[in-house]
Design a protein around this ligand. Structure first.
Ligand SMILES: Cc1cc2nc3c(=O)[nH]c(=O)nc-3n(C[C@H](O)[C@H](O)[C@H](O)COP(=O)(O)OP(=O)(O)OC[C@H]3O[C@@H](n4cnc5c(N)ncnc54)[C@H](O)[C@@H]3O)c2cc1C
Length: 451
């Protein structure tokens, strides 16, 4: 075990996570008189809003997931460590992380926890193997393998029933991610793959969006929801509202619609129906007298984004629960800016008691539905169509990290949206079957440790 002692050093800040919260926190401390250690279990900063474009072959992984240590290369006060944080001790002020068989303990004076959230299956974790979510690069590549692999299998099979099953794609959850991915599966089938097969016609693929609530894009209100729904339906997507998924298996899923249960046989299922915060949230809350987690496991933080009794421990981004702050990139970025401001103020002698509460500025939200069509909400202004799509394009380019990535993304969008090509249609056996192999190897090591 490596123990990393803090004695006699500058104020030490440990950041957990390299997503929007973690990366912006590190950048916010660029010129501060502190030593920063950023620990994350992935080597990249992932731009989650464009994961669906990796899953559907528009962008490559590198464009949305640049290496964190390269982004922070010139930031001399910052060290980036790869590691899965398995322990946080608020009393001893240490963070324990693991990489392979190595365990490392890092001490801190201030801690910023930005460990985000994972997909939630609402207690039905066995759904995950059949209906992966879209939270990580692995998820997106696995889904790309499953989506394109379904067309390949449909071309080969001689069973009409199996062909139909392979060409049925179901996305569960009609939030922004569900709408975006379902729209892109439809465009992939209708435009990119058109004419590329001999036994099947990809344009006959059945693409279904399932939502338990009564509207598409519930948080964006009825007007924009209806707009998005109409656009999807025009593209041939079947939108099933007020429909609950009650079971998922290899062959398809069972849904409850109008009080009746029935089956949808389908090979590809994508889950985008809920989130569960990182377990690090509960780990922290359990050590703080009076801090709780909400139903999604997010930490109910104090007005200054810290946990009770520990003014040096900030919880930000998707892991924090603050009324009125959605689980969106802006919430994470603004939380990071706020936390680093407090740390810098204290270096100059300010006291935690002097902190003004965190205030969220809602810059709006948007979702693309298809090429040239998006919906956008900025305050009370709501609009959709081409203008909203241009706004979406500009905003995503602005937040993509790295000028090379921006140029390549624009080029790829030009190819896909003006033409019909997609540059990232490669799939590998390992992406498709890695989940099964990993499960097997975990089972084997569990058996070994029992034996
Ligand atoms: C598919 C998808 C589409 C989205 N679209 C939009 C959108 O259009 N607009 C928008 O504003 N928001 C969107 N969001 C939400 C937005 O991406 C999140 O709100 C934002 O990423 C939250 O940032 P974060 O830093 O809190 O967490 P994340 O970005 O999730 O980062 C979490 C980090 O913590 C690390 N981590 C987790 N656990 C550990 C551990 N135990 N040890 C070490 N490291 C750990 C992870 O590796 C990761 O680096 C989308 C999200 C998804 C999944």
């Amino acid at each position: 075990m490596t123990v990393d002692n803090n004695a006699g050093r500058r104020h030490r800040v440990v950041i957990i996570g390299s997503g929007f919260g973690g990366l912006f926190a590190a950048k916010g401390l660029k010129r501060a008189d502190v030593d920063v250690t950023l620990i994350a279990k992935t080597t990249h900063h992932l731009f989650q809003p464009l994961l669906y474009q990796v899953a559907t072959g528009i962008l490559s992984v590198g464009e949305i997931a640049p290496a964190t240590r390269i982004i922070l290369r010139k930031q001399r006060n910052t060290q980036v460590l790869l590691g899965d944080v398995v322990g946080i001790d608020l009393e001893k002020k240490t963070v324990t992380s693991k990489l392979l068989d190595w365990e490392r303990v890092t001490t801190y004076d201030s801690l910023i926890v930005a460990a985000g959230a994972q997909q939630s299956y609402f207690g039905n974790d066995h759904f995950e193997a059949f209906a992966p979510g879209m939270k990580t690069v692995d998820d997106a590549l696995e889904l790309r393998g499953r989506i394109l692999g379904a067309f390949e299998a449909a071309e080969v099979t001689t069973s009409e029933e199996e062909r139909k099953r392979r060409l049925t794609f179901v996305v569960v959850g009609a939030g922004p991610t569900g709408v975006e991915v379902v729209g892109q599966i439809a465009e992939l089938a209708d435009r990119t793959l058109k004419g590329a097969f001999r036994s099947i016609d990809p344009t006959h693929a059945r693409v279904i969006l399932i939502e338990a609530a009564s509207a598409v894009l519930p948080p964006m209100g009825p007007k924009l929801g209806l707009k998005a729904q109409r656009r999807l339906e025009k593209m041939g997507v079947e939108v099933k509202l007020n429909t609950m998924v009650t079971d998922v298996d290899y062959m398809g899923l069972t849904v409850k619609e109008d009080g009746e249960e029935h089956r949808i046989e389908c090979a590809v299922k994508v889950w985008s129906a809920g989130v569960q915060a990182s377990p690090l949230g509960k780990l922290i809350a359990d050590q703080s007298d009076g801090t709780e987690v909400d139903r999604a496991g997010r930490v109910v933080v104090e007005p200054d984004l810290t946990v009770k009794g520990h003014p040096n421990v900030f919880v930000i981004g998707d892991l924090m629960s603050v009324p009125g702050v959605p689980g969106m990139a802006q919430g994470a970025i603004q939380g990071a800016v706020y936390a680093t401001k407090q740390i810098k103020a204290e270096l100059k002698g300010a006291q935690p008691a002097d902190r003004k509460p965190f205030k969220y500025f809602n810059k709006g939200s948007m979702a693309t539905v298809s090429r040239f069509s998006a919906v956008c909400q900025i305050g009370k202004i709501e609009f959709g169509g081409f203008l909203a799509w241009l706004a979406w394009l500009g905003l995503h380019l602005y937040y993509l990290v790295g000028s090379r990535n921006r140029i390549v993304a624009v080029y790829s969008w030009f190819i896909t949206f003006l033409g019909r090509g997609r540059g990232q249609l490669a799939i590998t056996e390992r992406w498709v079957f890695a989940r099964r192999a990993l499960e097997q190897s975990r089972d084997q090591s569990a058996q070994k440790s029992i034996g």
